[in-house]
Design a protein around this ligand. Structure first.
Ligand code: PMV
Length: 317
């Protein structure tokens, strides 16, 4: 068994987070400038398999992990799907530049990367569909009721129009997207934010459904504008989406502040991305304004900022 190296991108939800959990559509894009990486090496002469994550200071013996441990459930799920009952002796080295709990897909990237890496190491050549299906099961262990958009955009590494329970539709962007991603530095757990929205929906179903419906409409309009390459319309729909997420209660003062700074500095649109209550915003702007907006966001409280250009996609589903 030769060593393998696998890398998958992060992601940003451009439109439709939260509403997507309730069956409305959403749009997400892969972010290649951040990545989750796994290196697998055989250890045939050792007694145990090791899992090493230097960034988190982890040096773990696989066989000693609790049954519910994230690494253990991921490996058990993959082995079960591959109809194998034992992990061969190996070393698993994890590394990531995707910040944790900040809306950029760290947990889905972990799941997709683990499935792709381990299956390849064990001699299986899985389709993207199969990788995605297994990664979704791992996401369920971690989050309870994920919509599946995060693992889908990462597994296929393409902009996606996603509706829970339907095959993903890949988007052909009519123009490149110049994005700035800016971190509030505030961390929040997807599971908790999704639970908060569920409570809101239970206590005020009419208002929650009205907001979801409006988000769904924004997503449908955004799909057309993205395909037409109309960045001005895409930007203003992003800002509209942010306002609806604020009404849903998943923004926070740090996110709103960074959105305001971006718009004041000439962005075409800005919104929180992912589950919210912290994490990152995604800003759409003209290419020549990206560096300036990035600097202004850094000067106004963002703890980490980067520019990401999403290329136009050539048609292929
Ligand atoms: O914050 P993230 O990257 O985990 O994104 C969550 C997106 C939600 O729509 C809030 C939940 C989901 O399962 O789609």
């Amino acid at each position: 068994m030769p060593s393998t190296f696998t890398s998958v991108p992060g992601k940003s939800i451009l439109f439709g987070e939260h509403a997507v959990v309730y069956g409305y559509p959403a749009i997400a894009i892969p972010l290649d400038s951040i990545a989750f990486k796994i290196k697998l090496l055989p250890r045939p002469t050792e007694k145990n398999s090791m899992i090493i994550n230097e960034a988190l200071g982890e040096n773990l013996v696989f066989e000693e992990l609790e049954l519910q441990h994230t690494y253990r459930t991921a490996i058990t799920t993959i082995l079960h799907e591959l109809k194998l009952n034992k992990l061969p002796l190996m070393e698993i080295r994890l590394s990531s530049t995707i910040p944790i709990a900040s809306g950029l897909g760290s947990s889905a990237a972990f799941a997709v990367c683990f499935v792709r890496a381990l299956s390849a190491f064990l001699g299986f050549k899985l389709s993207n569909e199969k990788v995605n299906e297994i990664a979704y099961q791992i996401e369920i262990f971690q989050h309870g009721t994920p919509s599946g958009i995060d693992n889908t955009v990462i597994a296929f590494n393409k902009p996606v129009f996603f509706k829970k329970g339907y095959p993903p539709e890949f988007l052909m962007l009519g123009a490149p997207l110049n994005l700035v991603i800016a971190d509030t530095g505030v961390r929040s757990k997807t599971k908790e934010t999704v639970a908060q929205v569920r409570k809101f929906k239970e206590s005020d179903p009419l208002v929650a459904d009205e907001i979801f419906q409006k988000i769904g409409d924004v997503v449908e309009r955004a799909k057309t504008e993205l395909e037409n390459g109309n960045s001005y319309a895409v930007g203003s729909l992003m800002t509209e989406n942010h306002k609806l997420l604020t009404r849903l209660g998943v923004s926070c003062k740090e996110l709103d502040h960074l959105v305001d700074v971006s718009l004041n500095e000439g962005a075409l649109g800005a919104k929180l991305c992912g589950s919210g209550r912290g994490g990152n915003i995604v800003v759409l702007c003209d290419e020549e304004k990206a560096a300036h907006i990035k600097t202004m966001l850094q000067n106004n409280g963002s703890t980490h900022c980067f520019i990401s250009k999403i290329k136009m996609t050539e048609g292929e589903a």
